[in-house]
Design a protein around this ligand. Structure first.
Ligand SMILES: N[C@@H](CCC(=O)N[C@@H](CS(=O)(=O)O)C(=O)NCC(=O)O)C(=O)O
Length: 233
């Protein structure tokens, strides 16, 4: 049905060195892919190409040709194929190098990790992003061409509810999707990064969530990402 596996699935260390990631080093979503790359020991296989969000470079035709949605990050393969969307990029990277360690090995693990990653986006990360773009100056007036403060504030409140939800999850299990670290944990870490960037505090009563985040920072991949100094824009 699918015929020959396309080249993009044939991992070749030399070819992989030609992979490019278009991103902003300290962006919350790009952080998800950077952490995944570190977890898979693939950082040396990619070239990072900065895209200045504050100048609206991600909304210019040249970039939109790489990602219709005009968001970062984008993974560009040496054959020109561009993968956008953090979850999709992580699934690709996890399958590219060795055994899957981030997206699940069994059908159930894969399903639960996908569900909890999407829930982390819907209930926390994306909600904070909407708050940032609609209820704060965001990327500035030249980029934020439409804002709806009420919608932004509603999404901020949704994110706070989401933090309580994940706190409840982590009172019953050590990681977001169960007994092992996964792509779902990385998505919630992205939520923490965005929450810090917009100065939205994690409620102090979310003790399990805060304890989990402290534990996540023991991972070299996470510690390294949080140590990146934001470049001037
Ligand atoms: N669904 C996308 C969302 C990506 C996203 O929103 N990225 C931010 C980058 S960052 O804010 O995390 O640095 C962006 O491009 N924002 C620009 C914009 O929304 O105009 C994904 O999962 O990759």
């Amino acid at each position: 049905m699918f015929g020959r596996t396309p080249d993009i699935f044939a991992f070749d260390a030399n070819k992989a060195a030609a992979m490019k990631i278009y991103d902003w080093p300290t962006g919350p979503y790009p952080a998800r892919v950077r952490i995944a790359l570190a977890e898979k020991n693939l950082q040396s296989s990619v070239e990072f190409v900065p895209v200045n969000l504050w100048k609206g470079e991600h909304k210019r035709l040249a970039f939109l040709a790489r990602n219709y949605s005009g968001t970062l990050p984008v993974l560009e393969l040496d054959n020109g194929i561009c993968l956008a969307e953090c979850t999709a990029i992580t699934v690709y990277l996890d399958a590219l190098a060795g055994e899957p360690t981030l997206t699940g090995r069994t059908p159930l693990e894969k399903g639960v990790i996908q569900m909890m990653t999407k829930r982390a986006e819907i209930e926390m990360l994306d909600a904070i992003s909407v708050y940032f773009h609609h209820a704060t100056p965001g990327l500035g007036p030249d980029v934020e061409v439409y804002q709806n403060q009420e919608w932004g504030l509603r999404q901020r409140d949704k994110a706070l509810r989401g933090m309580h939800y994940f706190d409840g999850v982590l009172r019953k299990q050590p990681f977001i999707a169960g007994d092992a670290f996964s792509m779902a944990d990385i998505a919630v870490i992205g939520g923490f990064i965005f929450a810090k960037a917009v100065e939205l505090p994690i409620p102090q009563e979310c003790e399990a969530l805060l304890t989990w985040f402290a534990r996540m920072q023991e991972r070299p991949s996470v510690r390294a990402q949080l140590a990146i100094v934001p470049p001037k824009h």
